[in-house]
Design a protein around this ligand. Structure first.
Ligand SMILES: [Fe+2]
Length: 296
């Protein structure tokens, strides 16, 4: 029926929008594209009309996620398909600026997802000040039942499983990147575990860490080389304690071969999708372990 081809972005509920805009534009180096009449701030990495929407609210945290889909069907038919399968769905117009029509659905954890065939690409261009990531890499959500959520994303959205950590943390892809969506089963009251942006290389990670430190944003985890996905990553809080990951060197899946492009730091040769034991090396090859906030 349809396949998600890209995790385009997210809308974050925001209590102090000016501080959040400053974090994502001045520190992260994204572009503020426009402010809507309802106060929403539309923020772009460079290609799309927007990748982040900051939405004024009395609470902080994930509001919606946005996925680009491949489908031969109309969005009206897509909405019907979800409804027939007992999934809440609604065809919406002008729900996001730059996206005239989209289907909003609800996943098993009641996270709202916007689906659309192609977003308006205004090609605003990348900024030359701040960290300036290359793209939005992935979103990790905290879920009640990881197996159920993973089944939903496989069956209805076309995601593939890259790796599991034991039976509680699944890494899924909709592209050649090792992961684009992750689901961690835990007790957290936060919907979003973290949002991740890809930097160009390890030098960029080092420079970004210096820049964050200089601007009063110390890391809360990292630098690490993850076992699962093998990306080098750092984690920090944005202005409202949403966790932001910056990463480089993530594993690349070669679908024809059925394994990840070989790297010297892999555990297996070849490295194929698998279930990892819940051991420290799965989270961090270098031995620096995550704070409780990211795991409970
Ligand atoms: Fe991540």
């Amino acid at each position: 029926m349809l396949k998600v081809v890209r995790v385009v972005g997210a809308t974050l509920n925001t209590m102090d929008i000016d501080k959040m805009i400053a974090h994502y534009t001045e520190l992260l180096g994204l572009r503020l594209v426009e402010r809507a009449d309802n106060g929403n701030a539309y923020i772009s990495l460079g290609l799309d009309h927007h990748n982040l929407v900051l939405s004024p609210s009395s609470v902080s945290g994930l509001k919606t996620m946005s996925y680009e889909i491949n489908t031969d069907y109309s969005l009206k038919e897509v909405a019907e398909y979800f409804k027939i399968n007992g999934i809440w769905a609604d065809l919406k117009t002008d729900a996001e600026h730059g996206i005239p029509e989209l289907v909003e659905i609800s996943d098993p954890d009641n996270n709202r997802i916007h689906l659309f065939p192609e977003s308006k690409r205004i090609g605003i261009g990348y900024k030359d000040k701040g960290i300036v990531p290359q793209k939005l890499g992935h979103i990790t959500t905290n879920v009640k039942n990881a197996k159920k959520t993973v089944g939903f994303y496989e069956k209805y959205l076309g995601f593939k499983v890259s790796d599991w950590m034991a039976d509680f943390f699944c890494f899924m892809r909709c592209s050649s990147d090792h992961h684009n969506m992750n689901f961690m089963q835990n007790q957290s009251s936060k919907k979003m575990n973290h949002i991740a942006f890809e930097l160009k290389d390890v030098g960029h990670i080092v420079a970004s860490t210096d820049y964050l430190a200089k601007n009063g944003k110390p890391l809360i985890w990292g630098p690490v080389r993850h076992g699962i996905g093998h990306n080098i990553a750092t984690y920090h809080y944005d202005a409202e304690e949403n966790v932001v990951e910056l990463f480089a060197e993530m594993d690349v899946m070669n679908e024809e071969m059925g394994y990840f492009e070989p790297r010297p730091y892999h555990e297996d040769f070849p490295q194929r999708p698998k279930v990892w034991n819940n051991v420290p090396q799965a989270a961090s090859q270098w031995g620096i372990m995550p704070p409780e906030e990211l795991t409970k």
